[in-house]
Design a protein around this ligand. Structure first.
Ligand code: G6P
Length: 611
């Protein structure tokens, strides 16, 4: 969702901004633009890709040492050149980029229209910008003061960055609810939605907090709150290498990230899980063990793929820790009137750590006394910072919009948390605990064994790529894996796919089954195995095209299903980390075979920073 890049300093601003916007493409967008200060303010914007913008600017004089750039994911107004950012204020002196939604923009727009303001776009951004310009005019004040006054009236979420023709040596930015990182260089400053546009220039960053204003000059950074009081910037060192956000020889980020999983799970376990000592070291859990082991209830809030990880965690926590668990879409949880009591623990799961609904769900639960534990991938992200405690997934940057390696890392972290609590609560036997530790330890190696299936899965994808619909079925721990498999297919290949609990299929989806319908079973060997074999028979009897993810050594299912993907045997509790991999590859290859942009599927955004 909207990407923001800005630069002020000694370099040429345009190449820095353009490269930064390309690095943020993964967030999902539909138009792009830049504003540069070069002998006056120049604004260029274009519907489509950053490359389209780049091409349209060939031959232009783009020389500038300060500028702002944006990739827009449409909210107010269709994707078009006109609605793309940056927007320019009525007097032409200010330009602004914005990520978020101004909820009271209609009211502000009416007020401005009565004063004679006219609008060139349909966006809430242009309204806010003219509102700022109007305050400047009426109060005879500088831009910083006008921004501060305006933001006190604004309802909604935003990151804004402004550039002012009359003050070319200053950028002004502010944040509430959407992410913003400042890169601190020598005689230069960078601004971006995340650190990826910044890391090749500097590793020193400042994460801007809600209700903070940043005033940036080449060699000065001032942070203030909306009450105009100065705040000392907290400069952190980024632990991120450039290579981690580049494709490294793979055709797509998604494939790279699928293939990284043996390493990401290894990294996620490293330093935490010790099979020799029989220990799991997680400071975030250990330091809050009392709260976690005496939780009355665990409520997991998340969105998308992270929600699927939550569903699996529900099974794991209830089984191991004997605590009731509920899993909620953050977007539903935040708006209904949930019963939350002291003693409830919220586990918020998020790859980006910036998902707007999850952030608000956390805030709502905290107001009512819940303890918040974050399971987050992006270090320093909003959710990581607002949680009472947490554990990072350490999967590294995930660029492909469809989540893959973050999902398996979430499962690894959640399972370790459950094991650690269960051990402390003594709801697990020593033998089972050690057995599961060992099972976890073996996951990276088993993941490595699955990846050579890639070629076979490519062929399978070729065979099924023209399907109009698909059904994914699983039971127990593999039921959420079926949901995740179906989600991956629709995200990447635009084939309509439904995930279902295999037994529940008789109550509806079975009506869809005919000779054309691929039915993907996640049927690794577990305590439901006999049951799912019966479900496979039911589909076979109705001539559905069966595809099955099965365990090594299973000779029964291959007799019923022509299309098989085998994964190594594993305990059912950890099996989802393996059984999901063929489904990720299957979706990937179908998307590629259909010629789609698998890293940036249409309409989707990586980081959903609006509700
Ligand atoms: C978007 C992404 C998904 C992701 C979901 C939740 O929809 O495209 O891949 O699962 O947001 O994001 P989070 O960053 O909170 O895990």
């Amino acid at each position: 969702m909207c990407g923001i890049v800005a630069y002020i300093g000694h370099r040429e601003a345009y190449p820095v901004i353009l490269k930064g916007l390309k690095r943020l493409e993964y967030r999902g967008y539909d138009s792009a633009g830049v504003a540069l200060l070069n002998d006056g303010l120049k604004v260029f914007k274009k519907k489509g890709m950053v490359a389209d913008l780049e091409e349209s600017l060939i031959g232009e004089n783009l020389h500038a040492h300060s500028g702002i750039g944006h990739t827009r994911w449409a909210t107010h107004g269709e994707p078009s050149d006109r609605n793309a950012h940056p927007h320019q204020s009525s007097n032409g002196k200010l330009a602004m980029i914005h990520n978020g939604i101004i909820e009271n923009y209609t009211q502000l727009k009416n007020e401005l229209q009565k004063k004679g303001y006219q609008f060139k776009s349909d966006t809430d951004t242009e309204v806010l910008l003219n509102f700022i310009e109007d305050i400047q005019k009426n109060n005879q004040c500088g831009l910083e003061e006008a921004v501060r006054i305006a933001l006190k009236r604004v309802v909604g979420a935003y990151v804004i960055v402004l550039i002012d023709q009359d003050h070319p040596d200053t950028l002004i930015a502010a944040r509430k609810g959407s992410p913003l990182v400042i890169g601190v260089g020598k005689g230069e400053h960078f601004l971006a939605s995340d650190a990826s546009p910044i890391i090749e220039y500097t590793k020193e960053v400042v994460y801007v907090n809600d209700y903070e204003l940043a005033i940036l000059k080449p060699d000065e950074l001032i942070l203030k709150n909306l009450g105009n009081e100065k705040i000392t910037p907290f400069i952190q060192k980024l632990d991120l290498e450039l290579a981690a956000i580049e494709k490294g020889g793979y055709d797509h980020f998604m494939l790279k990230e699928i293939f990284e999983q043996p390493d990401t799970i290894f990294d996620c376990l490293r330093g935490r899980l010790d099979i020799h000592k029989g220990t799991i070291t997680m400071a975030g859990v250990q330091n809050h063990m009392e709260k976690l082991m005496h939780a009355n209830r665990i409520i997991i809030v998340a969105c998308g793929t992270s929600w699927h990880a939550g569903l699996i965690a529900e099974y794991v926590f209830e089984e191991l820790c004997r605590v009731p668990v509920e899993v909620e879409y953050a977007s539903e949880f935040r708006y209904r009137n949930p019963v939350i009591r002291q003693g409830d623990v919220i586990i918020a799961i998020s790859q980006s750590g910036e998902t707007a609904d999850t952030i608000v769900a956390i805030e709502k639960a905290r107001e009512q006394g819940a303890f918040i534990f974050g399971v987050v991938n992006v270090v320093g992200s909003s959710i990581a910072r607002i949680s009472d405690a947490g554990a990072y997934t350490h999967a590294g940057p995930e660029i492909g919009v469809a989540s893959t390696k973050a999902f398996t890392a979430q499962l690894a972290v959640l399972t370790m948390i459950a094991l650690k609590i269960a051990k402390e609560k003594k709801t697990i036997s020593e033998e089972r605990y050690l057995q599961l530790l060992n099972e976890m330890h073996e996951i990276p190696e088993k993941l490595r064994e699955i990846l050579p299936l890639n070629e076979q899965i490519r062929a399978l994808a070729e065979k099924h790529k023209d399907a109009k619909d698909a059904l994914y079925l699983g039971r127990g721990y593999n039921f959420p894996v079926a949901l995740e498999g179906a989600l991956k297919l629709k995200e990447i290949s635009y084939i309509h796919a439904e995930g279902y609990a295999a037994a529940e299929m008789k109550h509806g989806p079975i009506a869809l089954v005919d000779e054309q319908l691929p039915v993907v079973f996640v049927a690794t060997r577990d305590s439901y195995h006999e049951k799912i074999i019966s479900n496979i028979q039911e589909i076979k009897a109705r001539k559905g095209k069966i595809i099955a993810v099965i365990s090594e050594g299973d000779e029964v299912i291959p007799m019923m299903a022509p299309d098989i993907m085998r994964v190594p045997n594993a305990d059912e509790l950890v099996a989802p980390m393996l059984s999901v991999i063929p489904l990720q590859l299957f979706a990937y290859h179908i998307g590629v075979a259909k010629g789609y942009n698998v890293d940036k599927p249409r309409n989707l955004a990586k980081s959903v920073t609006v509700e």
